[in-house]
Design a binder for this molecule. Structure first.
Ligand code: C2E
Ligand code: MG
Ligand code: MG
Length: 713
């Protein structure tokens, strides 16, 4: 720091007590005067330091103690350079000016703990017989503030105080309100005259107890400030959340001068926070806790159960056939159904249990303190019964049921994720066992799930590694007995597990999306085969391929690719049939699927409805979508005998289909009797072990080449 002598006044305020310094000179005759002056020095706001001829401190007043952070006893005797590092330069200047001179200076000081200080002051010699001692008077310099600056700052502060939207009030050191700003008046609805002169405790709100206020003020007394959330009360009694900060301004001697309280209304912020919290944790449709909240509660329950040694029950529910209802009656009705299902579920459980909606038609129930796993039985029965009751949605009445998976902590797993997986697997097994029931998680379920996962991994490689082949099952004209069509059936030759049935891997391929490339491969290979057989055997041979709904959903099929493939092969599209299932038509609330089906028809590819009778069996769909063939599901054919209900049904289906211009294929014909009944009913084509099992291409060619009549004798 550069020292400079300040010729004029020291920023407009001269340090007091310079005269006293002269009287302090050692050797002065009147000691009592000196002592009196020393006492007075303690009342000066300026810091005093006096040194002996060696430059050691011999006196410091109270202000100097505060300024430099030393107790007087600790400073006396220290070289003054410790407190005033630039002191040598000051002294040198003084020496230059002569023995009786007084020098105004600016320089730096050193606080014992907090380091450098910017100082301004005066210094003078005290002549004594043994040399020169010095007296320094100084105060801390506030950076860059002149009087003009200070006035402007005061003006600004007042402007802010008057116009801010934060309520402010000023207290004296005893807590008496001295002033409030306009924002405070409107925030609290209390007139200035009403509160000024009162103790601040008149603002205490009934939301906080005495202990709260005691703790607040204890902190203010100790540290000078406090801040935190506080419930403020309007004069009309209304309570609102506010952010309260309390700060203190001190006099130069460290006494409390004023306290300032600032009140910010945070009701809106709180409200927004609450909304955000609710959105993040609750399901908007049903008002039930959502997945996020459910996870939190599950973790919390696990922690509690670990401590107490208790047991938790976890139920995973999935409504049966909800998608069909949603798609046929529309999403608004679907939403109503979910809301009602949520209400019924909540009514089945205790207040302390958590019912959550994970998404879609999936719900969970979390039960703390389950004594016996079997205790759950009563609850699952109640839920199944309650959800099986009819749902009245506007003018419609619909029926759904639910499948429930049950698992326990700590019996089945000890962490949240595994528990949820277990419950999910158990739910799947309830579905697989025929829906509308509950299943407990078992280890074998877990093993099945693991096998499934391994299979999914293997499935990813299978196409590239040429593990798939196609079998062809002859479809026979029931009048001539000739093979005139073939259904393509996909086969997976797993390197370790051998032949994996399509009923096992097609659902996995659908879930993982592998069905898209796999379906394309099946189509290309089957049509290539058909084109070859067309050349070598029958001009009119038709080959059908099964299409998964998953192939048509999302971006759909690449018709341009399929079309150009047929073109390249020179195979007329009419010789290709795609087999779709009824579920797909029900999905057609989705326009995309309808367009996809229309696109097939436009290219000339024919469409067969597979497994007819197992789903909705709605004949109106057949007309709407322009289906060419109808395949009666093998479950009808299996128990076919004269005069049975299935016989009547088959006859009715065939009759109606013919009226609608469709031809009928019966699946799963295994006996001559079945064949005869169906042929008599006018069924057009048949497929089943009676005629032939699915064959590899070479075996199929032999059959085709023989042009045999496959009808039983
Ligand atoms: P699906 O389309 O209904 O195929 C007929 C199923 O019935 C075939 O089973 C066939 O082997 C079997 N079957 C034929 N005749 C008889 C009979 O007389 N008695 C009995 N009990 N069964 C008979 P597979 O080959 O196991 O195929 C099962 C299902 O897998 C197929 O049912 C089809 O939905 C699906 N699938 C097969 N290949 C493909 C494919 O390439 N793509 C897609 N998306 N699905 C396929
Ligand atoms: Mg089929
Ligand atoms: Mg079928």
């Amino acid at each position: 720091m550069v020292l400079s002598s300040v010729p004029a006044q020291l920023n407009g305020s001269r340090p007091a007590g310079r005269e006293a310094a002269i009287l302090l000179a050692p050797g002065s005759s009147d000691r009592s005067h000196i002592l009196a002056l020393l006492r007075l020095g303690d009342f000066s706001q300026d810091a005093f330091l006096a040194t002996d001829t060696d430059g050691a401190i011999v006196y410091m007043n109270r202000s100097a103690e505060r300024l430099f952070g030393y107790r007087r006893g600790a400073a006396i005797g220290l070289p003054v350079g410790r407190l005033l590092p630039d002191v040598h330069e000051v002294n040198a200047r003084l020496d230059e000016e002569g023995a009786r001179s007084t020098l105004l200076w600016r320089g730096c000081g050193q606080h014992r703990q907090s380091g450098p200080l910017a100082l301004a002051g005066a210094a003078t010699h005290i002549p004594s017989p043994s040399g020169r001692s010095h007296l320094y008077v100084m105060r801390q310099r506030r950076a860059g503030l002149g009087d003009g600056d200070r006035d402007r700052q005061a003006e600004l502060a007042s402007l802010v105080y008057r116009n801010t939207s934060e309520g402010m009030l000023v207290l004296d050191s005893k807590g008496v309100i001295l002033d409030v700003n306009p924002a405070f008046v409107s925030l609290r609805g209390r007139a200035e005259a009403d509160v000024v002169g009162q103790h601040v405790r008149c603002l205490n709100s009934p939301c906080h107890d005495r202990e709260f206020y005691r703790a607040v003020w204890r902190t203010v007394l100790e540290t000078g400030s406090w801040q935190g959330e506080h419930w403020g009360q309007h004069a009309n009694g209304e309570l609102y959340p506010e952010w309260l900060s309390i700060n203190t301004s001190f006099t130069e001697d460290g006494e409390v001068h004023r306290r300032v309280m600032i009140f910010s209304n945070i009701a809106e912020i709180k409200q927004a926070e609450a909304i955000i919290w609710k959105q993040a944790n609750f399901d908007r449709l049903t008002d039930l806790p959502n997945r996020q909240m459910f996870h939190d509660r599950l973790e919390q329950s696990i922690r509690k159960a670990r401590r107490s040694g208790g047991r938790i029950g976890l139920l995973f529910l999935d409504l049966d056939r909800f998608k069909e209802i949603n798609d046929t009656l529309g999403h608004a009705m679907g939403d109503e159904l979910l809301k009602e299902a949520a209400r019924r579920l909540s009514a089945c459980v205790r207040q302390s249990d958590t019912v959550a909606r994970l998404g879609g038609d999936e719900f969970t129930v979390l039960l703390d303190d389950v004594r016996e796993p079997r205790d759950i039985e009563r609850l699952t029965r109640a839920i199944l019964r309650s959800l099986a009751e009819p749902f009245h949605l506007g003018v419609e009445t619909v029926f759904v049921s639910t499948s429930i998976g049950v698992t326990f902590f700590p019996d089945d797993a000890t962490d949240a994720e595994t528990l949820l997986n277990n419950a999910d697997q158990a739910m799947y097994s309830a579905k697989a066992d025929g829906r509308n029931r509950s299943r407990y998680f078992t280890v074998s379920m877990q093993e099945r799930a693991q096998t499934r996962m391994r299979l999914v991994n293997d499935l990813h490689l299978a196409l590239d590694q040429h593990q798939f082949t196609l079998d062809y099952q002859p479809i026979v004209d029931l009048v001539s007995g000739q093979v005139i069509k073939a259904e393509t059936l996909l086969r997976w030759h797993h390197p370790l597990r051998g032949l994996v049935p399509p009923t096992e891997f097609i659902p996995l391929a659908e879930e993982t999306g592998i069905i898209r490339p796999l379906g394309d491969w099946v189509f290309c290979e089957a049509t290539r085969q058909a084109a070859e057989w067309r050349q070598r055997f029958r001009q009119d041979i038709q080959v059908s391929v099964n299409i998964s709904p998953a192939q048509l959903r999302q971006e759909g099929l690449d018709f341009a690719f399929w079309g150009s493939h047929l073109n390249t092969l020179g195979l007329p599209p009419q010789q290709v049939i795609v087999e779709i299932t009824e579920g797909l038509l029900i999905d057609s609330g989705d326009d995309r699927i309808r367009h996809q089906l229309e696109a097939f028809r436009e290219t000339g590819v024919q469409v067969a409805l597979d497994d007819f009778g197992t789903g909705y069996s709605s004949l109106s769909y057949l007309r709407k979508f322009g289906i060419d063939f109808l395949k009666i599901d093998q479950s009808f054919v299996a128990n076919l005998h004269r005069g049975s209900a299935d016989h009547a049904l088959c006859e009715a289906i065939i009759l109606l289909a013919h009226k609608l211009g469709l031809r009928v294929v019966a699946e799963g014909i295994e006996t001559a009797r079945q064949y005869r009944l169906l042929a008599d009913a006018g069924c057009d084509y048949g497929q089943g072990y009676l005629f032939s099992r699915p064959l590899d291409p070479r075996a199929f060619e032999i059959l085709l080449g023989a042009e045999a009549d496959l009808r039983p004798i």
